[in-house]
Ligand binder design. Structure first.
Ligand SMILES: [Ca+2]
Length: 85
């Protein structure tokens, strides 16, 4: 009897530029990345998240800024790739 698979896709988020206000605890301006609904990282300053790949078919990027210090922000590309299975 064959074993069937349901293929699914995962999100691949690649940050190509990243420059936010810096703070030791990222309290002012930040980017948070969620794997599904689970927060996996908070980044600020020039500490780029690099490339993040979700484990399931949902991910979220949340950006917050306050009223002071303007920088260039971030850019990212999102691809949905075959996660196997
Ligand atoms: Ca700010």
């Amino acid at each position: 009897m064959p074993i069937s698979y349901v293929s699914f896709q995962v999100a691949e988020i690649a940050f190509t530029a990243f420059n936010l206000e810096r703070a030791s605890d990222c309290t002012y301006d930040w980017v948070k990345i969620f794997n599904g609904t689970t927060e996996v990282m908070t980044k600020c300053g020039t500490s780029s998240p690099g490339t993040f790949t979700s484990s399931g078919n949902t991910a979220k990027v949340e950006f917050h800024s306050d009223s002071s210090e303007t920088r260039t922000g971030f850019s990212a590309t999102v691809n949905f790739v075959d996660g196997g299975g």
